[in-house]
Design a protein around this ligand. Structure first.
Ligand code: ADP
Length: 298
């Protein structure tokens, strides 16, 4: 008797699991392309790049979802000015926040009581939370889902990369100095192991433009991201200078690119976006930018 009920329970589990797999697959199939924003370590501007990339793509008329699955430091609510916003549900699914007509946002941070919540979760639980989260958000049709992934090359970014399926590609964010660069080397190898195409490397915090004299100061050195991209045979997407306005905008919850597109950093950012989707609006991804063998920039 005990054995039969145990068998029934495990069959029910199995059926539920299969239903969930189907649900996840059908959600992901509605999305044209998943752009995973990764970094070898925290603090290099991964979330800033993810948020501004999503906003910039939406400003170009694309239908965009911005998803934050950085369980240990979900910063998208803060960067997008959405902290404390309740999320809607239609019973079965979670409804992302519509920031504008073609930009929807969802963060795992909306579900945590505090950042300390995730820290105590064990690996399998984190995997299940990420999986359920990907399955339960009702995005509808999107051109791109920009995903702010957990930093590093551990189980969490691995779960994300495996769960979203294809077509997908990684935008790897780094700062120019050696330590960050060796982390990104690991990150590119991680993508190669997973057969996740690397869309390209962004060098963030690349030099500081003196607001008084306009001279550029290489605070964390410059050029490391480009050298690394060449060495690893992946595209280089561009360098974004250190920009005090990026910090202010992040703290104020207004994406930098919305108001400062005409600054040097704004222009640098626009260049990165063009290299990802193609300046002529034809997707550079389709024309091979996601091919790890191709270099798009000199
Ligand atoms: P990560 O997601 O890699 O941990 P964040 O995107 O949260 O990093 O950025 C960390 C801090 O650095 C934030 O305060 C952000 O405003 C700041 N920042 C990011 N990029 C730049 C930049 N180019 N210039 C100046 N500050 C930046």
């Amino acid at each position: 008797m005990h054995t039969r009920s145990t068998t029934n329970a495990s069959m029910a589990d199995q059926t539920k699991r299969e239903q969930e797999e189907r649900m996840l697959k059908s959600r992901m199939e509605e999305i044209g392309f998943k752009l995973l924003v990764l970094s070898g370590k925290g603090g290099v501007g991964k979330s800033t790049v993810a948020a501004n990339l999503a906003v910039a793509l939406a400003m170009r008329g694309k239908s965009i979802g911005l998803l934050d699955v950085d369980v240990h430091g979900p910063s998208i609510p803060k960067l997008m000015g959405l902290e404390g916003r309740p999320i809607g549900s239609d019973g079965e699914s979670m409804v992302p926040i519509h920031v504008s007509e073609n930009l929807k946002v969802m963060s795992i941070g909306f579900l945590l009581r505090s950042n300390a919540d995730a820290v105590i979760w064990r690996g399998p639980l984190k995997y299940n939370v990420i999986r359920q989260f990907l399955k339960d958000v009702e995005w509808g049709h999107l051109d791109y889902l920009v995903i702010d992934s957990p930093p590093g090359t551990g189980d969490e970014p691995l779960s994300v990369a495996q769960l979203v399926g294809s077509p997908a590609g990684a935008v790897v964010v780094t700062t120019p100095q050696d330590l960050a660069i060796s982390d990104v080397r690991r990150c590119v190898s991680f993508c190669n192991t997973l057969s996740l195409p690397v869309v390209g490397v962004v060098e963030n915090m690349s030099g500081l433009v003196c607001p008084k004299c306009g001279e550029e100061i290489a605070l964390f050195k410059t050029g490391g991201g480009k050298a690394l991209a060449r060495e690893m045979n992946v595209p280089f997407l561009g360098a974004i200078p250190i920009e005090p306005e990026i910090v202010h905008s992040g703290d104020a919850g207004t994406p930098f690119i919305e108001r400062h597109a005409n600054t040097r950093s704004g222009a640098a950012f626009a260049e990165v976006v063009s290299r990802i989707v193609g300046g002529d609006e034809a997707s550079a991804l389709e024309s091979g930018a996601a091919d790890p063998q191709k270099e798009t920039s000199e």
